[in-house]
Design a protein around this ligand. Structure first.
Ligand SMILES: Cc1cc2nc3c(=O)[nH]c(=O)nc-3n(C[C@H](O)[C@H](O)[C@H](O)COP(=O)(O)OP(=O)(O)OC[C@H]3O[C@@H](n4cnc5c(N)ncnc54)[C@H](O)[C@@H]3O)c2cc1C
Length: 499
């Protein structure tokens, strides 16, 4: 088989890249080793409950994700946060503390001590850092916001968003926009206030999903790609040729291709890059993805004392809880539980406690039940309990991550036609995966156009070959999406932080 582009991996990144390439007129094939598409995005309906084994919401404010979500194929089933989402909860001294969802809530609520709140406000006068040495999230936040806010809020937030620990993650790689705010305005608070005054508001948190869950996104993308998506096909090896590549698969034979997009998890990318780009193989192999487990429960409403009037709760490490956080799924979005029932999803493991994520299903269920009884007043047996183990969870953007990414971004220079995308580049969220994958597709398109021109020149032909015509054609719908990428800066990776 011969194609223009082979995309390896049918998760959100791979499908988004392939979808963009198809719209740009290229012959593309997606190879996915699992029987279904979606990768981490896996929604499952059982007996009226909708379980999200991976992502449960998408955060987007403008940009390419909103453009996709407004696309008729996706728009009709879109759901926003439910009306009962009023607070966020953080565990403090063994109980849940509710804090309103607005930017000033940490200053106005009594969650932090008076000294902690004053320290938070003095961020505006903390001198700008001049050193270029990379800082951890914990070091940056201690310096700017004080120890109490960092230990009680940032620590739990970082665990909830990245399954990571604040003292290991790189601030510049994890929250580049906050680092840029300090560099430009001298203070985050001042940057936010100046932004408000000039009418440029910090993007509000806008979480959404679809009636049948986040897996709607990969499902619709795969439907549009049709026979271009081949599931149950694992790529074994990529071999570079004088022009293009040979992709060896288990299940679909060998594929000749002008360009390859590797959209797998980093450890798989490391194996596939071995022998094609040693530097990139070495960089991807260094990105850790500690295991994570998701424990899903369905209960009758009356079994739970807590009002469940929020997105869920997070637990800072100082509380020494086994659950790092829990989502109140049926409060977040409609249709997540049958009438009279509720659903909860607990997250265990990540970089904070990888050993817990490897425990057997029964132990994880028992662990979550004990903590729910204590924190939410849950009584009796759940009507539904399921566990999803992710042996490889989320990539950790540790100190030095930006250097690894600089090497990976150079792959297409060292090995023209070879591209990488995935959640270890620009952010782990679904939104940033879509944006990075679409940007990668545009780079692939530029490479293929250039190749067509080169070929035509070498053969003294006008650029009007069948391939050339395809490469030059761009649907008006895609051109809209492409323009939306200009807005992608507004994609809110820091939505939870800002709100
Ligand atoms: C528990 C959990 C909760 C999350 N919650 C949220 C959330 O609420 N909101 C949010 O925005 N993000 C969330 N995320 C993050 C987000 O889901 C992921 O970052 C994103 O889905 C990753 O997509 P991807 O396509 O880059 O990678 P993946 O989904 O990992 O896809 C990679 C694909 O490559 C395939 N593959 C691997 N090897 C091969 C091979 N040799 N040949 C062919 N195919 C191969 C895999 O089977 C897989 O399908 C969550 C993640 C997890 C794990």
């Amino acid at each position: 088989m011969t194609v223009d582009v082979t995309v390896i991996g049918g998760g959100i990144s791979g499908l988004s890249a392939a979808h963009a390439l198809m719209r740009l007129g290229h012959r593309v094939i997606v190879l996915e080793r699992q029987v279904g598409v979606g990768g981490k995005a896996h929604s499952e309906r059982i007996g009226g409950f909708l379980m999200e084994h991976g992502p449960s919401s998408v955060a987007a404010e403008g940009g390419v994700v909103s453009a996709l979500a407004q696309d008729p194929g996706f728009g009709h089933e879109r759901v926003g946060l439910g009306p009962d989402v009023r607070q966020r909860y953080i565990v403090a001294d063994g109980r849940l503390y509710g804090i309103a969802i607005h930017p000033a809530a940490f200053v106005t609520s009594a969650f932090l001590s008076m000294a902690g709140r004053l320290r938070l406000l003095t961020e505006a006068v903390v001198p700008r850092r001049t050193s270029e040495v990379e800082e951890t999230v914990a070091a940056f936040c201690h310096r700017r916001f004080g120890r109490e806010f960092t230990d009680r809020v940032i620590d739990s937030l970082v665990c909830g968003m990245f399954a990571g620990t604040a003292d290991k993650l790189s601030m510049a790689a994890t929250f580049p926009r906050l680092v840029e705010m300090e560099r430009k305005y001298g203070s985050i608070l001042r940057a936010v206030i100046l932004g408000h005054l000039s009418g440029k508001r910090m993007p509000a948190r806008r979480l959404f999903s679809w009636r049948e869950g986040v897996a709607t996104l990969p499902t619709v993308l795969a439907q549009r790609l049709g026979p271009r998506v081949r599931t149950g096909v694992a790529v074994r090896r990529i071999t570079a040729r004088s022009r293009g590549f040979l992709v060896k698969t288990a299940g679909a034979g060998d594929i000749e291709t002008d360009a390859v997009v590797i959209a797998t998890q980093p450890h798989v990318a490391a194996q596939l890059l071995d022998g094609v780009d040693g530097e990139a193989a070495c960089s991807t192999a260094q990105i850790e993805t500690p295991p994570l487990a998701v424990v899903f429960f369905g209960y009758a409403r009356e079994q739970i004392e807590h009002p469940l009037d929020g997105i869920g709760f997070l637990a800072p490490s100082s509380e020494q809880r086994q659950l790092s956080g829990t989502l109140f799924c049926s409060t977040m979005f409609p249709g997540r539980a049958p009438e009279g029932f509720v659903s909860l999803a607990a997250y265990i493991g990540g970089d904070r406690a990888p050993e817990l994520a490897r425990l057997p299903t029964d132990e994880l269920i028992e662990m979550a039940r004990r903590e729910f009884a204590e924190l939410l007043g849950v009584k009796g047996e759940p009507v539904l309990a399921r566990v999803r183990h992710w042996p490889r969870g989320l990539p950790q953007y540790r100190i030095g991550h930006r250097d690894l990414i600089a090497v990976l971004t150079g792959t297409a220079d060292r090995r023209p036609g070879l591209f990488l995308t995935g959640n270890y580049f620009a952010g782990v969220s679904v939104a940033t995966c879509v944006v990075h994958a679409t940007q990668t597709a545009i780079r692939v398109d530029a490479f293929l156009r250039h190749r067509v021109r080169e070929l035509a020149v070498s053969r003294h032909e006008p650029i009007c070959s069948a391939n050339g015509a395809r490469v030059m054609a761009m649907s008006p719908q895609f051109s809209k999406t492409k323009n939306a990428i200009a807005d992608s800066d507004r994609e809110n990776r820091f939505a939870n932080f800002a709100s």
